[in-house]
Ligand binder design. Sequence first.
Ligand SMILES: [Zn+2]
Length: 206
Amino acid sequence: MKLLFIGPQGSGKGTQAAIISKELNMPHISTGDLFRSIKGELKQELDSYMNSGKLVPDELVIKILKQRISQLDYKKGFILDGFPRTINQAYLLKKITNIDKVIDIELDDETSIKRISGRVTCEKCKVGYNLITEPKPKNPKFCDICNGKLIKRADDNPKAVRKRLEIYHKETEPILNEYKHLTIKINGDQHIDNINKEILKKLKEF
Ligand SMILES: [Zn+2]
């Protein structure tokens, strides 16, 4: 089974992809992991873009993904998270592999903005918390684990989140039209555990 996870900021898409990956024993391929896993010639090519701060071209991401997929145990399938992000990337993906199901975690913009605005990270150990949803720190100012100061990322403010959501609606959401018949819609406006339960239940039924 090859799964694709799609959802706006704050929907918990990455978290859910990671949990489902463990539960179903399928490799979880996020863009970050993908870039870290690559070796050899493609790594050099990728580094040349990363080091100069240029956008990594879709064609290169696809080449890297193709290499990564070829190393996997195919019977188990995989979970894609964070790619494709645009319709062009979705077309390129179709050339190298098919997708069996798309998990679309839905969340309205206002809830997304509220959740992202609550995000804080420990300055010392880098553990993430959320002052509005989960996981909540015991003290809103300090880390539960190391007592480090909790700080907010500068771009986690409502204005910046709204801008990222606009890009999501314009560039990423149209991918769902491509996979309409494969899409499972999930309500992202509920507790992390319930989102997980809904995904598992619907994956069985679908
Ligand atoms: Zn800490």
